[in-house]
Design a protein around this ligand. Structure first.
Ligand SMILES: [Fe+2]
Ligand SMILES: [Fe+2]
Length: 380
């Protein structure tokens, strides 16, 4: 059972908005402080898409939060593609995740175009693009999706299955749905699951209203008219966003981005507003920490999710120690002072991500409390 019950009904004065505000914020705060800050990865399993892990900190749905880790926004999952496996399914959602290749190499199909990626490259999607992940036939690949629950808060938590993998595994409580001609049309969620009174059919294919809205965006031509006022700027934005997403690369190649020494340590940025890509949900960078060294110490209002790509060590969060090793997820709750320590003889590599909208609501920026020992020269 999740801690936060969805759709709780209010009763009488106990449910007044003023009381709910203080009761629920106290309960949430207790929950945030009781959850572990380092999570071991959940096991992969077969799905209708192919092989992958469940979401590491709860599902993408915003009522399924604060279950495994103290993060409100992130719900990343791992996509495993072994060598010589059947091609994965095809799907689409409005949310545009940013996917980092942890090992191997592969390809990504976005709206009919195919992009190649290798280990430590970042694949960025356009919103509501049909997509399919593929691994190199000989080596396969593993990827982590840096997805956030923000789209659910926007009312845009929509997902469609367009094609299933060749040998789909159907979720518990479901059964395959066949058409009159015997073809697989999707699957049926049986009544009783989550209290539903009737079966729900999950049919393969696009939802017509969404399809119309997004196809209209894609058909829009470049804006060439003068901009006279504020309203014109928003008319132009509609066209500009589509043109921008149509011309940028969908892969940020690790080999083309430079390492830079910052007060926080040695960083390589993958997603932020100055890198031209479709990725807009997160800011993300790789951090390398030399053996037995440490990062700087800093604090930001935004929460942060860190995947330990290589090495082992520990974090200090507001004075508390959290040990980690390769494969673990480090959860840094909002407004937490944090610092990473490498306790091994080889480098530590961390994939760090923060939700980008904090900047847009006036809560961006970083307070640096201590510099990495190697800054500014990299010599230590
Ligand atoms: Fe997807
Ligand atoms: Fe941070």
């Amino acid at each position: 059972m999740s801690y936060l019950e969805p759709w709780e009904e209010s009763t009488g004065s106990e449910g007044s908005d003023r009381l709910k505000r203080f009761v629920f914020q106290t309960k949430e705060d207790l929950q945030v402080h009781s959850l572990p800050h380092v999570l071991q990865p959940l096991a992969s399993k077969q799905t209708v898409m192919g092989r992958g892990s469940p979401h590491q900190t709860g599902d993408l749905t915003s009522y399924d939060i604060l279950i495994r880790g103290p993060l409100y926004c992130f719900a990343s999952h791992i996509i495993d593609i072994a060598p010589h496996v059947p091609v994965r399914g095809v799907h689409r959602h409005i949310a545009a995740p940013t996917i980092f290749c942890l090992s191997g190499k592969g390809w990504e199909m976005n709206d009919g175009l195919t992009y190649q990626f290798e280990t430590h490259d970042m694949v960025c999607f356009a919103p509501y693009s049909t997509h399919q992940h593929g691994g190199d036939a000989e080596v396969g690949c593993a990827m982590i999706s840096l997805a956030t629950r923000l789209f659910h808060s926007f009312g845009l938590m929509w997902r469609e299955q367009h094609k299933m993998t060749e040998k789909p595994a159907f979720p518990d409580g479901t059964e395959p749905l066949y058409g009159d001609d015997g073809t697989l049309r999707g699957y049926k969620i049986k009544k009783g699951v989550l209290g539903i009174k009737d079966d729900i059919e999950v049919v393969v294919g696009p939802e017509p209203k969404l399809e119309d809205v997004f196809q209209a965006r894609k058909r829009s031509a470049p804006w060439n008219a003068p901009v006279h006022d504020t309203y014109d700027r928003y008319l132009k934005l509609y066209h500009d966003e589509v043109q921008y997403l149509g011309r940028v690369d969908h892969v940020v190649h690790e080999s083309r981005e430079a390492w830079e020494w910052s007060p926080q340590g040695k960083l390589k940025w993958f997603v932020h507003p100055d890198i031209e890509t479709g990725g807009r949900q997160v800011w993300a960078y790789l951090q390398e920490i030399p053996p037995h060294s440490r990062s700087g110490k800093h604090l930001h209002v935004a929460e942060e999710q860190v995947l330990v790509v290589e090495g082992n060590g520990y974090d200090i969060h507001d004075g508390a120690r959290w040990n980690w090793q390769a494969g673990d997820f480090i959860c840094i709750p909002r407004m937490t002072t944090h610092q990473h320590f490498n306790s091994g003889d080889s480098r530590v590599l961390l994939l760090c991500a923060m939700p980008s909208p904090f900047v847009d609501v006036g809560l961006g920026g970083i307070e640096q409390l201590e510099d990495a020992p190697e800054f500014p020269t990299g010599d230590g």
